[in-house]
Design a protein around this ligand. Sequence first.
Ligand SMILES: *Cc1c(COP(=O)(O)O)cnc(C)c1O
Length: 421
Amino acid sequence: MDLIQSPWFSYKKDHLYCGEVPIRDIIKSTGTPVYIYNKQFFQNSFNEFKEAFKGLDNSIFFSVKSNFNISVIKTFLDLGCGADVNSQGEMYRALQAGAKPDKLILSGVGKTKDEIKLGLEHDILLFKAESEEEILLINEIAGTMNKIARVGIRVNPNVDAKTHPYISTGLMENKFGLNTDEAVEIFNMGGKLKNIEFTAIDMHIGSQIISIDPFSEAIDRLSEVYFRLKGNGINLKHFDIGGGIGVPYKGEKIFSLKEFASALIPKLKKLDCKILFEPGRFLTANGGVLVSQVLFTKMNYDKNFVITDAAMNDLLRPSIYNAYHHIQPVDLYSGRDDIYADIVGPVCESGDFFAKDRVISKMNREEYLAVLSCGSYGMVMSSNYNGRRRPPEVLVDYNNFNIIRSRETYEHLIWDEKSNN
Ligand SMILES: *Cc1c(COP(=O)(O)O)cnc(C)c1O
């Protein structure tokens, strides 16, 4: 089987390390399943991003929905990054992590009154609105609070991001954003909305996009709108291109950030305003693994199954997107044959799998497996399905590790329930 290694997760003497810490030391203290992140990966990927765009007037906002642990958010804030949040809960997390409101963006196609109020109370940098009704509501609430809301309009540029349909967001048929003409119409009525200042135009065309073309095309369409508005005397401060940069899940080659930057910077420099970025997956995905223990192995008819103590409630991406995550043993043994196996969890669903017909070295009971690329959209999508406790999270910092979230207890599972007898 192929082993994927990186400066952040690599084998030393046939044992997988996160940075300088052997995985065995971590699981000795946390048990399994457990999410393990490498802080240096997060720092490195942010610095790579910053470096690639350093010739451009820009700000980077970490998309909190990809990994919302407050220690992870803080890691990015400490580097000068802002935060892009999608809900009141994410805003709460970002604020708890120490985010300054002038570095907070609130996104989301369906904001509630409470979410809008909270954003206004904190005077956040930007509300990204996605419908006329929402803009009218923000104006009304800001009026009652005697505030001016800074608002951007998310434009749906109708380009095909060529990614999984569930994570494609910039097509006409998707629920996100407004079409260009409608957006221009609303920007033009800005003068009538006394409690709104339009400061931005924005897009986010999807996630795990593995070609630069959809970004270029969408930026061209948005630029047209930007210049139409300029012609109407509307000078926006911010042009927000969202997130969506694809990352390797199989060790494959995807465009580098340098290539991405050199393709886009000439277009973005023509706009005399600040460019905002909202990367999520790029900053976190390959900085984390989910480690689980093999409970049992078996053969059913002619099919091998490896049953692990992690399940779809811990990592949902394979079940809902059929997403590929590379899986490899934590310990390597010489002379082990490779087999084809389904790697599955204990949950009572046939959709509870991490891999199907995957080449993996033969595993025995009580050995450990690492599911790679779990730093994004892993823990954040976890649930308590089947009465399972959510796993802990660990942040490795060079040769130290910190448990940044402990395993849920059984009391956690029922703390807010009442039995009526
Ligand atoms: C999800 C999301 C992002 C981050 O997307 P990635 O693919 O993780 O980079 C950025 N902006 C918005 C509005 C989003 O919904």
